[in-house]
Design a protein around this ligand. Structure first.
Ligand code: GLA
Ligand code: ZN
Length: 683
């Protein structure tokens, strides 16, 4: 923890406020018990109103006024909003989308991250920012830009980007003949003779614009390279600022990722140069299931060398008049704010700042949700913010002295994410959602899960899940084989290793290079739609008793040929009746499970619960009801369970024994009850 404390507060935009309002806002922040703000990401025009003329005095004053009241600042570089004088002078800075349309000034992040002039301006302003605040005692760190690549700003196709892409390809493939061979460009006679004949694909994964382009059958290998190139370019842009900041400060440098839900930047690479990983996570303040948020936090814990902690720099505050519904924001159920903060802290967050402090009067986000309503009157939510501030202090020691030690991990991989977006096998399938679904299945069984890259990190875990790992390189196949040989347990799902790292299909039995590990070969695969669902049956050893579980497949389904594996699941109807779709193979000292069909929540929960029981994996020793999650933290060898009831009604559940409330010291009996939106910490 930086300075040994949990940071709690809001994103603040003093550039929009009068001196007097700033004073009022600071008193309100003090009243709320806040000790942190994030500021500056959109304020370049105020920091540098004319080229080279800096004005930071107003910002100095805000930082010190906040500091006097014990509120620390996370200072952003303002590169999310290049000022209009810069665009006037260098119109080529503007972003060009996949349709070739230049995005005009008037929004945000309207820049090309490869543009040399923009990179220079950004480096300069970052340097200026760190020069001023690098040693300021009221500043806790620096934050670069805002949500790099977000809102369709991560796949620029201007002339500069096109040329750089060609150079990137030349560097990667060496010769055009090699590229032709690896891409298989003979398909539709697309063979190139020079690198400058190549163009970025017409389509990209970028949400913006793509829908308006008629389907265009770009080469999937070219498309995957384009995603990688753009991601690398954005990371280079970020790292120029990391360098500039670090020349003047030792304070931590971060930027806000958008977790697993958007897909413009490979965050494993992007976060490797940052000191702290940050995320914008907007949990629902109403609906019952927050495990999607839990998955997002787990992803952040594992994104960088498995450091297991992160900052949440934007989060749901509720409030506002609700006229701006893009986030599906709704007013919080009583207790929901407290609970979402507790959930973040228990899951590894050491800073939580809401987006944002005071409702905007103007602009694209006017009347958006915020800590303070537009009239500045503290209402019911304010009392909760006060309560959370007090709670955060109470939690600090336990959080600081405990850690999350999960034995189970889900591998999340950018090539797989991008490849399934480039060539979808079922329009209803979304890679991240399927990963989160597996997280939820595990959480139902009280199994804490981390999210990690597809690499040797798996060796730190006893049980590893590979959700539809459609692309796999030889290096990882070897790591995986050794992992199981040495006692690891792996569960891989449908479409495992059907493509290589070039997004091309190897001419091999599938799962390519892994048929021995899993002891099966995939004979046939099919997308599953409502009309083509089949019933499936699992014969598994569940809770010690053999049982047969039934349900339906979804998304994708495969029939397996069994080599050395044991069949654990078969189709119960359709023309596939009797054919196996799931298997277990003992391999070396470990076990490799293969499940060739997409499954619904309850089947996934039953399957993963069975695997956990069979292999003696760590799981909460008490059963959780729907809409609950138990986050296990370990302190001096003792388990502390942070048990959440996300429901809007109370739940009763059975504990395996008496526990003690970690804060009150009171006994918690086996017949436990949690009120709506309550969290209890038991040991
Ligand atoms: C994103 C951005 C913020 C703001 C919010 C709106 O997370 O980073 O600047 O636009 O969305 O909720
Ligand atoms: Zn560009």
């Amino acid at each position: 923890m930086v300075n040994g404390m949990i940071y709690y507060g809001a994103d603040y935009y003093p550039e929009q406020e009068t001196e007097q309002d700033i004073g009022t806002d600071i008193s309100l922040m003090v009243d709320a018990g806040f000790n942190a703000v994030r500021m500056g990401e959109f304020a370049w025009i105020k920091f540098e109103p004319r080229e080279g003329e800096y004005d930071f005095a107003w910002f100095d004053s805000v930082i010190s006024r906040l500091g006097e009241k014990g509120i620390f600042s996370l200072v952003c570089t303002p590169t999310a909003c290049p000022p209009v004088w810069m665009i006037d002078k260098h119109p080529d800075i503007l972003y060009t989308d996949g349709r070739g349309v230049v995005r005009p000034f008037g929004g945000r992040r309207h820049y090309c991250y490869n543009n040399a002039a923009y990179r220079e301006y950004s480096e300069k302003i970052a340097e200026e920012t760190a020069r001023r605040y690098g040693n300021n005692k009221n500043v806790i760190g620096f934050h670069i830009d805002n949500e790099l690549a977000q809102e369709g700003t991560g796949r620029c196709q201007c002339a500069v980007c096109k040329n750089l892409f060609r150079g990137w390809l030349e560097k990667k493939y060496g010769s055009i003949d090699n590229l032709n061979k690896i891409y298989g460009t003979i398909f539709w006679g697309q063979t190139y003779s020079r690198f400058d004949q190549l163009n970025p694909p017409v389509k990209s994964i970028e949400p913006c614009g793509a829908e308006r382009i008629e389907t265009f059958f770009d080469n999937p290998a070219l498309r995957l390279d384009w995603e990688r190139f753009c991601s690398d370019s954005i990371i280079d842009f970020q790292n120029i600022q990391v360098g500039a900041l670090k020349r003047h400060t030792d304070k931590p440098v971060t930027t806000n990722t958008t977790g697993g839900w958007t897909n413009g930047v490979n965050y494993y690479k992007g976060c490797s140069t940052l000191d702290i990983v940050s995320v914008d996570e907007y949990p629902s303040l109403r609906t019952e299931d927050l495990s999607a948020t839990g998955f997002g936090y787990a992803f952040m814990r594992g994104i960088k060398d498995n450091i297991k902690k992160f900052w949440v720099v934007e989060s749901s505050s509720g409030g506002g008049l609700g006229v701006w519904a893009r986030q599906g924001v709704s007013q919080p159920y009583p207790g929901a704010l407290t609970q979402t903060a507790q959930h973040a802290f228990a899951s590894g967050a050491e800073l939580l700042t809401y987006f944002q402090f005071r409702t905007f009067r103007f602009g694209a986000e006017q009347l958006e949700a915020s800590v303070m309503d537009i009239d500045g009157i503290p209402r019911r939510r304010f009392k909760e913010f006060q309560k959370i501030s007090a709670e955060a202090k109470k939690w600090t020691d336990l959080l600081e002295s405990s850690s999350i030690n999960n034995e189970t991990a889900i591998c999340f991989d950018y090539d797989c994410l991008w490849a399934t977006a480039i060539k979808p096998f079922n329009a209803h399938y979304h890679y991240t959602s399927y990963c989160a679904k597996l997280y939820r299945a595990l959480a139902k069984n009280g199994i804490g899960t981390d999210v990690i890259p597809m690499d040797e990190t798996i060796n730190k875990y006893k049980f590893v899940i590979l959700p539809a790992p459609i692309i796999m390189d030889c290096r990882f196949k070897k790591i995986l084989g050794d992992y199981v040989k040495n006692g690891g347990v792996v569960l891989s799902t449908f479409l495992t290793a059907i493509k290589d790292e070039n997004n091309s299909a190897p001419r091999e039995r599938v799962p390519a290079g892994l048929t021995e590990l899993f002891g099966i070969t995939v004979a046939e695969g099919d997308p599953v739609f409502d009309k083509t669902r089949a019933q499936v049956e699992f014969s598994i050893l569940f809770s010690g008793k053999p049982s047969l579980l039934k349900g339906a497949n979804e998304l994708w389904t495969e029939s397996l040929e069994i080599n050395t594996a044991n069949v654990i699941g078969r189709y119960a109807d359709t023309f596939r009746a009797g054919e196996p779709f799931a298997s277990r193979n003992d391999y070396g000292k470990g076990t490799a499970y293969y499940v060739g069909a997409g499954l619904d929540d309850s089947l996934l929960a039953a399957l993963t619960g069975d695997i956990a029981a069979r292999h003696g994996l760590e799981a909460a020793p008490f059963a959780l009801k729907d809409g609950m999650e138990a986050v296990r933290r370990v302190k001096d060898g003792e388990n502390y369970y942070f048990v959440f009831n996300f429901n809007e009604k109370s739940v009763s559940f059975k504990l395996d024994r008496m526990y003690t409330d970690a804060f009150t010291g009171e006994a918690v009996s086996e017949d436990a009850t949690l009120a709506a939106k309550e969290c209890i910490v038991i040991t």
